[in-house]
Design a protein around this ligand. Structure first.
Ligand code: PEP
Ligand code: CO
Length: 449
């Protein structure tokens, strides 16, 4: 039995969900990725672990949000800026109305690879490999596009690098300044009821800040008001790529996967003895694991043992994605087993992936009501168990899409047919209005908790 971890020790284990591409082509691409600079730094990952530990104790709240699958085609500065706007706006609501600091973690700057329930897709009698994210193949349904191509990993690296560069500029260079709160309300959102509710909060915060200044408190140099810590995350799916960006920290000698601050294992790749968990067990970044309704409570404890044997606070986030119908039944035994084991994890609710369904007309969607019901169930179970609801994990986009049904400005089933506003490459996302709508509900739950 193997006892020592190395960035490549996952290769001795079974790796689920790896694309069917040639080993030689993959290795050629990885030679290049190994030469690339790290995207994030160990100290930043440690800072995130510390913030997640706060969330685990109920002293902060995690907002992990972004696209289901980032795209090579819609890559633009405006999209990155607007994605950031929505998340900053949601964070203002949670901080102000929920009364907690918000740990902001994007599904961004690297969320390019997707696990699939089926390796192939059949349309009108033609069977082709499923789309596995832009770092693997193209979404268009033709043989050329669907052929997995490892060279895409290099492009994914460069897009992640440019995206992160812009995020750093926006969050540290003035755009995330508290004085810009008004600007984060995009036009499409500002006219809605939630947009106006957000404006009311902005006015109250501005008044409070003016009051403090009038009292003689100099707020000009307080970085908390002028900069934001924004972290990146993605599913660590293509292990060769993650390995190629794993570097040893010169300060501590520890290994960090420098492709993102936080990595998670998906529901389809979290086998305790599988390659993904082996890989994540040795990098010191904070890590997450998705947990679906078929997970045995003991399996979650086993994952805690494998991923956090030293029981470092903030190191491990468990992300239940159980579905609105099952959350109140399935979550309590999982929490109880983890509590009994003495492990302390950060519990972050993913209300998206357990609530996906296909309409009779064949469109993949989620109902806003189910998303909210799962979050409410998650809070209720934690209340009952005396544990902490540490955050939420959402798929959203700033665009005025109609992919999820419902919300205050109701998206109806007919809207899903509109290909111009149903754009996702993979799972249906909340649009900016629905996102804000949801976050007001979450803030109310935090207040009453
Ligand atoms: C995802 O986060 O996009 C995803 C596929 O999730 P899960 O692994 O929970 O199905
Ligand atoms: Co998804």
């Amino acid at each position: 039995m193997q006892t020592t971890w190395s960035p490549s020790s996952w290769r001795q284990k079974e790796a689920a969900q790896q694309p069917d591409w040639s080993d030689e082509d993959l290795e050629l691409a990885l030679v290049e990725v190994r030469r690339m600079l790290p995207l994030v730094f160990a100290g930043e990952a440690r800072a995130l672990t510390a913030s997640l530990a706060q969330a685990g104790e109920g002293k902060a709240f995690v907002l992990q949000a972004g696209d289901c699958a980032e795209s090579f085609n819609t890559f633009s500065p405006d999209l990155i800026r607007d994605q950031l706007k929505v998340i900053l706006q949601m964070a203002v609501v949670l901080t102000y109305a929920g009364g907690l600091p918000v740990v902001k973690v994007g599904r961004i700057a690297g969320q390019f690879a997707k696990p699939r329930s089926s390796p192939n897709e059949m349309i009108d009698g033609l069977e082709l490999p499923s789309f596995r994210g832009h770092s693997v193949n193209g979404p268009e349904f033709d043989a050329e596009s669907r052929k997995p191509d490892p060279k895409r990993l290099i492009r994914a690296y460069h897009q992640a690098s440019a995206t992160l560069n812009l995020i750093r500029a926006f969050t540290k260079g003035g755009y995330a300044d508290i004085g810009q709160m008004h600007v984060w309300n995009q036009e499409f959102v500002a006219s809605s009821r939630q947009g106006q509710q957000y404006e009311a909060i902005v006015r109250q915060i501005s008044m409070a800040l003016r009051f403090m200044e009038a009292c003689g408190i100099d707020l000009r140099n307080d970085s908390h008001l002028h900069q934001v810590d924004f972290y990146t995350s993605h599913e660590a799916l293509i292990l060769g790529f993650e390995e190629a960006l794993t570097r040893q920290d010169s300060l501590t000698g520890d290994w960090y996967d420098c492709s993102a601050h936080m990595l998670w294992a998906g529901e389809r790749t979290r086998q305790p003895d599988g390659a993904h968990i082996e890989f994540l067990s040795g990098v010191r970044n904070p890590v997450g694991v998705k947990v679906g309704p078929r997970t045995a409570p003991e399996e979650v404890v086993e994952l805690c043992e494998r991923l956090n044997p030293e029981r470092e606070p903030g190191r491990l986030t468990i992300i239940p994605r159980l579905g609105a119908r099952l959350v109140e039944e399935k979550l309590p035994p999982i929490i109880q087993a983890v509590q009994r084991s003495g492990h302390r994890v950060v519990w972050v609710c993913d209300p998206m992936h357990g609530n996906t369904f296909t309409t009779v007309t064949g469109v993949k969607t989620r109902r806003f009501d189910n998303i909210l019901t799962e979050i409410k169930g998650f809070f209720a179970v934690h209340q009952q168990e005396g544990t902490v609801p540490g955050g939420v994990h959402l798929e959203l986009t700033p665009d005025a899409v109609t992919e999820c049904l419902g919300g205050v400005e109701e998206v109806l089933e007919d809207h899903l047919q509109d290909r111009t506003s149903y754009q996702t490459l993979c799972d249906p996302r909340l649009n900016a209005r629905q996102s804000l709508d949801l976050v007001f509900e979450i803030a109310a739950l935090l207040q009453s908790g």
